[in-house]
Each structure stands twice: as C-alpha cells, then as structure tokens.
Design a protein around this ligand. Structure first.
Ligand SMILES: NC(=O)c1ccc[n+]([C@@H]2O[C@H](COP(=O)([O-])OP(=O)(O)OC[C@H]3O[C@@H](n4cnc5c(N)ncnc54)[C@H](OP(=O)(O)O)[C@@H]3O)[C@@H](O)[C@H]2O)c1
Length: 295
C-alpha cells in the first residue's frame, strides 16, 4: 500500500532534496567539451527550404555560424561582410555546397542606415524576397564614463541600435505576413550583476535592442511576424577577445558552469529554431544562450 504523504513528510522530503548529495554535486573540474560537433539541430534539415535569410556581419564569428546553420536547413542566405571578402566567400561556398538554398556575399557597412538598406535591397534584387532578418553585427567598445565622448557613444548607437531598427522597418515592409522572422542580438550581461564600468555604452545599446524587440513583437506580431532577441554570453570571437589578456579570458570562462567560453556554433541552432515554423509561437522573447553564465 502506498504510504499516505502528510504535509510533514512532504516538507521533509523537500528538505532532503536540498541536502548536498554526491549525485547532485556540480563538477568543479572542467571544462567539459561540447557534446556535438557542427551546428545541426533537431529540426529537419529541409525546414527552411524556400526561405531567404539576411544575416548582418556573417563572414566570420557568430554571424557566419548562423548563416551556415540556416543554409544547412535549406535557406538561401545573404552573407554580409565589410572587410573580409575571402571569409564571406568561404561561407557562401559552404552554403552552396549543401545543394539546398543559394547564397551570395554582399559588402555593406551596417554601421550606416544607407549600408543596412543597401544590404536588404541586394537581397531582394537577387532572391526576390526576405523571410528572415538576423541583426547580428555589432560593435563593443570598452570605455567608462570619464573616457566616453560623443563619437564613441554615437558609433555604438548607430551600429547596434539605429541601423537594426531601420533595417527592421524596411524588412517588415516586404516580409511575408504571416511568416516573417526577425532576430536581434543582445548580450546576457544586461541581466548580470558583474558588469564592469567600461561596458557602459555597449550595454546601453543592448538594453535598447531588447526593448525594441519587445515592442516590435507586439507591433509586427499583429501581422504574424515574430521578433525575438538572442543574448549570448561570452563567445570566443575576435570581438570578445579584443583588449583582454588570456588571464582575464580564462577567468571569464571559469564563470560558466561548464568552465568554457561559448562558441558560435552553440548559438546558431537556437536562431535556426526561432526562424523556423517550429518557432512560430515564440515572440517577443529574450533568449539567453550562455551555458548558464547568467542565471
Ligand atoms: N562575442 C561575444 O562574447 C558576444 C557576447 C554577447 C553578445 N554578442 C553579440 O553577438 C553579435 C556578434 O558578435 P561576434 O562576437 O560574433 O562579433 P565579431 O567577431 O565582431 O563579428 C565579426 C563579423 O561582423 C562583421 N562586421 C563587423 N562590423 C561590420 C559592419 N559595420 N558591417 C557589416 N559587417 C560587419 C565582420 O565582417 P568582416 O569579416 O568583413 O570584418 C564579421 O563578419 C554582436 O551583436 C555582439 O554584440 C557577442
């Protein structure tokens, strides 16, 4: 006979569950390595067939992983770069070699509204439509209040906030309704208490991005276009490494439960999910993809 669970046995069971147990101990050694290689997801690899995606800043780092992952799932992808055309061509080749969607590389500086709109125009010229817009390109300078001048402030807000907003505006005019997908990029540090003073302008822009995403989700959501934010933790890219000693980098890596930095391929599958049909009911969310760096 199953013993009757009284209030006190329920409470003592709960308290026992809180006691340290060897089975539940968090490992102190690390880092543990990734359990998968590449950027595949559980999504069918045809889930984005027929879709056209624009990914800003996608010749290298996180944007390149996102572009490759969307291509892997069948999307035609506009790969955007500003300096490294060889890297952009390599991403294009990788997507084309999947034999699903097409891919082109477009040189466009998305730190100006003109550059951002040019990128969208090129996408429409080549593929005739835009279904997915991933606003990944960003700048991250390190200056505390005393060192911030107007040019530094403006550069951050132009690239990280103003251009993404006007690209959303233009893309929304041509996106399928319902069915369009917009993904913006923030940083999980917006929710962390361990923020350094030199993150001032960068995180101010990311706070703005999160609010733009929330409000647009209501506005464009009425037309069946979803708008979400991805907030990575520390990802091992040139943007992250710039200006940091290896000692500092190792210290940051140790702050994630798995004691390693994130990699672009850790982030890409979540973007693929959000822009797929499977993600249609996820709208206005800020998804932290940081291995538990900020909880
Ligand atoms: N890395 C992190 O730790 C981290 C953490 C949280 C959030 N994020 C966010 O994630 C996003 C991507 O970060 P990331 O670390 O992957 O960046 P990254 O290493 O700086 O990305 C480089 C890519 O961005 C392109 N790019 C740079 N400026 C551009 C511009 N003005 N116009 C067009 N393309 C441009 C580069 O093109 P070229 O090859 O031509 O130079 C290259 O493809 C950013 O929004 C960042 O704020 C990053």
């Amino acid at each position: 006979m199953t013993p009757k669970r009284t209030g006190s046995t329920l409470i003592s069971g709960f308290m026992n569950a809180l006691k340290p147990s060897s089975k539940l101990e968090v490992p102190t050694q690390g880092p543990y390595s990734k359990s998968f290689a590449g950027s595949s997801t559980f999504l069918p690899t045809t889930s984005l067939l027929g879709k056209v995606a624009v990914v800003t800043g996608s010749s290298r780092s996180t944007g390149a992983a996102v572009a490759r992952c969307l291509g892997e799932h069948g999307a035609s992808v506009v790969v955007n770069y500003v300096t490294d055309s060889a890297a952009a061509d390599a991403v294009v080749l990788a997507i084309r070699s999947q034999g699903k969607g097409g891919a082109i590389a477009v040189k466009a500086n998305t730190s100006t509204v003109e550059g951002g709109l040019f990128l969208l125009d090129e996408a429409i010229k080549t593929f005739g439509r835009i279904d997915i817009l991933v606003l990944n390109a960003g700048v991250m300078g390190s200056r505390s209040l005393g060192e911030v001048d107007e040019a530094f402030f403006d550069a951050h807000f132009e690239t990280n906030v103003k251009v993404p907003l006007f690209m959303c505006k233009r893309a929304a005019e041509v996106m399928p309704s319902p069915g369009g997908r917009i993904v913006l990029f923030s940083n999980s540090l917006t929710a962390a208490s361990t923020v350094l003073p030199n993150a001032l302008c960068y995180l101010a822009t990311k706070g703005a991005v999160e609010q733009i995403s929330r409000v647009l989700a209501k506005d464009l959501g009425a037309r069946g276009i979803t708008v979400n934010t991805i907030s990575p933790g520390p990802i091992d890219t040139p943007l992250f490494r710039e200006g940091k000693s290896q000692h500092v980098i190792d210290g940051i890596a140790k702050q994630t439960p798995s004691r390693r930095l994130g990699e672009p391929d850790d982030v890409a599958p979540i973007v693929a999910f959000l822009v797929s049909e499977a993600g249609h009911w996820v709208n206005g969310q800020n998804i932290r993809v940081d291995g538990g760096y900020v909880v």
